[in-house]
Design a protein around this ligand. Sequence first.
Ligand code: C2E
Ligand code: CA
Ligand code: CA
Length: 434
Amino acid sequence: MDSLIPNGFLSALTEVSARMAEIATEGRGVGVISLYAQPDAALYRLPLEHLRRFERAMERQIRAQLRSRDRLFAVDGKEWLIVLPSVASSAVLTLGMLRFEQTFNDGLLVVDGLDLPVRVVCGAAMSPDHGKDGFHLLQSARIAGLVAGRADGGSLLFEASMERSAPNVALLERDLRTAFSGGPELELWLQPKVHLASTECRSAEALLRWRNSAGEFVPPPVVIGLIDRFGLRHRFNRWLFQQAAQVLHELRMEGLEIDISINLSATDLYDAEVPDLIGQALSTWNLEAGRLCLEITETSMMDERSGSSVSEVLQRLRQLGVALSIDDFGTGFSGMSRLKRLAVQEAKIDRSFVIDLLASARDREIAAAIIDLSHRLGIEVTAEGVEDGRTAELLAGMGCDYIQGFLHAPALPLTDFVAWVRARECIGRQPVQT
Ligand code: C2E
Ligand code: CA
Ligand code: CA
């Protein structure tokens, strides 16, 4: 299996191109299929070790459909590229895609005794019509896959009209690349966290906001998905860390001692470069590491076996001195006993428990247990998604430290956030004189 590292799109591209060059001499058509798994949302709540088993199960199923000379490349656990030499006609590709669809879409994938529904979307392209080299062929297959996905599933063979009729895909990619090179569209907005005992705003969560060139707001999980699909994760991270550090610097210039949290994705914990990039961003702006907090979902922290790359990256982040927070706490399976080992400074009670806090005794019990245990371990607790005063009062009574939610404010652009803080006179310091 030609498995590649997470975010290994470029490596996959190089490998596929090399394979293309190798087989081009055969003088027959070369086909490429991009197979993209759209698992049920429930999958993302599974611990990482289950995710890996899911990926391996996917790979086994795909491989079972291949001829011996076909080659399989895993891009990132969600996308697989299949290179098929000596394809007599495009019908072979269409049939191949249909087989994949049937394999996955008509049944459940069994992983560790769990039956998981998985939908796959395929796009295919064939040389020389859809691309004369590996790069263009691959792009064509992926565009066909993206168009198929947007059309609600199924599989499509690339057609030139796709680039014209679906300019959004190419446009989105161009927009995103432009945004990273200093374009104005990509922004970090700040949602205040309010300290319940003092009602001060001492920190804020930075959330990604992006309008594409058509002026449409694209939800952050979709942007993150596109970033992964286009192989832009490294550029995004560089942008995110620099941007967060700049926001901290600007708040300091306003005389506001407000800490900032950013969100990391599961794959970032496998990326040895992440701690270095964060360290560089902090030193560029001459910031104390403790001012930055990294929110990491409970499920992505699971693979903390010693020696795993997750534990190595987490260890280096701890050494750097940044604060760590468990996001969406309560949704994973880590259990309270692991809380101590994770050595975090904050736990965030997931919004799903906060929404029904007034009505559900069970959710109140979960929240109370999280607060109690966290406090015993010296961990502060933030409840997210607080929308009304009664829930805030209930949480205050339970000893919760911070609340975040529409009750106080949604995420705001930096200048509005500063105005919001000033209006509340949370912290009344004077701007720094320069
Ligand atoms: P999250 O980290 O759980 O962020 C909280 C989400 O809940 C945000 O949605 C926020 O706007 C929303 N929210 C906050 N208070 C309330 C409330 O009172 N009611 C309701 N209904 N919603 C509330 P948003 O900004 O759409 O972000 C969604 C998710 O996207 C985030 O969930 C986070 O997982 C991800 N995300 C956002 N920015 C980034 C980023 O820079 N990097 C990464 N990797 N993920 C990001
Ligand atoms: Ca978060
Ligand atoms: Ca959250």
